[in-house]
Design a protein. Sequence first.
Length: 531
Amino acid sequence: MKLRLLPLLFSLLCLTGHAQQKADAIENPMLWADCPDPDVIRVGDTFYMVTTTMHLMPGGPVMASKDLKNWQTVGYIFDRLTDSPKYDLLEGTVYGRGQWATSLKYHDGRFYALLAPNERGDMGDTYIFTAEKAEGPWTIHSRLRHFHDATLFFDDDGTPYVFFGTGEMCQLTRDLKGVVEGSHRHYFQREADERGLLEGTRVIKHHGTYYALLISHVYAPGRHRREVCYRTRDLNGPWEKNVILESDFGGFSYLAQGTIVDTEEGDWYGIMFQDRGGVGRVLTLSPVRWIDGWPQLGDEQGKVPATMRPYRSGQPQTAIVCSDDFSASQLGLHWQWNHNPIDASWSLAERPGYLRLKTQRVVPNLYLAPNSLTQRMEGPRCTGSVSLDVQHMKDGDCCGLAAFNGDSGVLTIKKQGKRLVLEMSEQSVKLTDQEKAVTEVAETLKETVQLPAKTKTVWLRLSGDFNPGKDEANFFYSLDGQQWQPIGSRAYKMRFDYRRLFMGTKFAIFNYATKKAGGYVDVDSFDYQRQ
C-alpha cells in the first residue's frame, strides 16, 4: 500500500515544485519603473545595482537582490550634492542633470562608485565614492575631470581604468586621484551609420578577455537601437565588435544599455533598460549565452523573453516602491526629495506617526517648491493615496499630490484666505537649456472643488496605467477616506521628455507657500498598490 502512494506523492511534489517555480518566475520588465543606466555587480550571493535618479536626493540609489527578481533600496551613495545653489532650487535647477550613469565596482574588500553629473565646468567633475558596505556610509574619495557615461574598471593586477564616451579610455593612478599622463586613447571608431553616441559603457573581464558593452544608435534601414560589444585580449588592441542584443519587447521599441553579471553557479544574465513612455526607462532581464566567446543576450531567437525561470526560489518579496505610515524614526529609503531638502522644514518627530512638511520660503510654483517628496510610479498599473491634515495651512499655501514630470497632473489643495479649494490641473514647465532655470509654468485648470469650511483632513488618490498605448493618470479625492470622487474631466496623459526632467513620472507629495512661509501640513500615510 505504501509503495502505491509513492508515485502519487512524487507527482504532488512535482506539482508543488512546478507551482513554486511558476510563482518565482521572473516577469519582464524585471523592474517596471524608472531605473535607467543600470550597473550591476555580484558580491558573494548578493547582487547590487545602481541606477540614475539625477536631481532627486539622496542620490545614487543602491539596490540589492538575492534572486534578480526581488529588489530593495539598501542605501544611497550621497545625501546631497553641494557644488551649486542650483541643487537647492536657487539660481536655476538641476532638472535632468545631477547624478548620471553611476558605475559600481567591488575591489579589494571595498565598494567604489564613479559618477559624473551631466554639467559643464566644475559641476560636471567626476566623483569617485567608496564604502566598506554597499549600504554605506559612502565618502568622496576623489574628484577628476568629466567622463561621460563612464565605467570604472580594475584589472586583475589592480590597475584602474576608466572607459567613457564613445570608445575612449584612460588609465587612472593607483590611488584613483589622477589620470596617468599619456594613457588617454580611442580604442575603437564607430561605424559610418552609428551617427549617434555609443555610450553607457560597462566593462567586464571573462576568461582573460576584456568586454566593453555599449548602446549603439544607428540610422541605417533595418537597423535599430542595439547593444554592441567590443572585445580584446590586450587593452592596447586590436578590438573586435559584435552585436549582442537587438530586440524589441512588450509592444515597445528596441532596447539597450546596461550590463551583464554572473551568478555563483557560473550562469550569466543581462540587464538592459527600455524606454517606455510616461513610466520612464524600465529594466529587463535576459539570459546570456556565450557563443564563440561573445555574450549573446536573449532567448534562442535573440529576443528578450516575457518570463524567465527563477534564479533562486523562496526569497522574500521586496519592492523599491512602498507604502508608508511614517511611524519610523527615519524616512524610508524608498523616498527621494526633489533636489536637496531643507532639513529644518520637515519632521517625523514633531508629531509622531506623521510626516510634517513646513513651508520655508515663498515660491511661485510646484517646480521650484522645496521638500517635494517623491517615489517612482510602476507598471502595468499602480495607485497611490495620501492623507493630509490641512488645518495649519496659511493663506496662499498649496499642498497636494502630483503625477510629477516636465508635464504634470496635479491635485492641489489651496488655502485662499479662510477657504480651502481643491484643484485638478495640468502643469507644464519651461526651462532654459543651460541653467535649467524655470521660465514659465503653463497651467490648465481642469476642475475646482470648494471644500467644506471645517475640513481638517483630505485624502487624495492618483492611479496610473502604463500598459502599451495608455500612459494615463486618473485623480480622486475623499473627505472621509472611504468614499472617493473622481476629479478632472478625463484621464491625464503622462509624457516622457528627455529635454527637461528626463525621468519617468513620479508620485510627488508637496507643500509650498506663495505668500508667507510658516504653515505646515501633516501627512498621515501614503498607501500604495501595484496591479
